[in-house]
Design a protein around this ligand. Sequence first.
Ligand code: RET
Length: 279
Amino acid sequence: PTSSSSPTPFPQPTAIPNRPHYEEVGETGTKTLWVVFVIMLLSSLAFIAMSWRVPVQKRLFHVITTLITTFATISYFAMATGDGNSYAHIVIKEAHKHVPDTFEDVFRQVFWARYIDWSLTTPLLLLDLAFLAGLDGASILVAIVADLIMVLLGLFAAFGQTDGQKWGYYAMACIAYLVIVYQLVIPGRRAVMAKDSSTAKLFASIGGFTLILWTLYPIVWGIGDGARKWSVDAEIIAYAVLDVLAKPVFGFWLLFAHARNAQSIEGFWSNGLNHEGAL
Ligand code: RET
């Protein structure tokens, strides 16, 4: 007679372990981070040299812009040397018809140094634009606080464990971004209309450039960190291009154009009066 409780010839696992899967930086990503580090460092030095050519009272934009690329230099140094990152843990369910569902543990590298960078540099970029436009204090405060909320929510979203959490934070961050856009487009444009036409033109073009660039960040985030359709390296390259445009290119454009404007205004107000006061 056979026993129905005969032991199985080999031990059966009680639960199938989750399959681990790592998504992290590769050689291309690391190289890209080093290249951007050098670009940010050289830009910072160039902005410092440019500030020496103008009197201290006219250095506000130089100081803000130099700080922006200095923070980026530090953040890119951290990321390139393998610091300033951690792994987000996402559990992906794989449903099966006839056998129990299995799970995949995804560990995706998140460079949180970016978010520290953005929390310091994006308010400074907004200050550049706000001072150019002559924006009022209340609007500046709203834009900067909305900006901090946006970046912090982006950080929380990057480490979100479920899709609900991740996209919930992301949606709130997008609303905060719209608040920033509103401040620049409505009160910003209204304020700059009170200034000379060359400043108004510069604000329209550099502000438009900013809005287009900034809108690409949540798109890159959505494809990379969000949907995980891009590798960590692809995401690093996309952010690298955006960061170089949003910081050094933005900075050179602002400092050169503003210097040209200030000169033409001074020439026009030949008695030495300057439309923009100390700026
Ligand atoms: C996140 C994800 C959540 C939704 C939104 C985002 C927007 C980020 C922006 C970043 C701008 C960065 C800049 C860096 C300068 O070098 C946080 C990606 C809306 C607008 C300009």
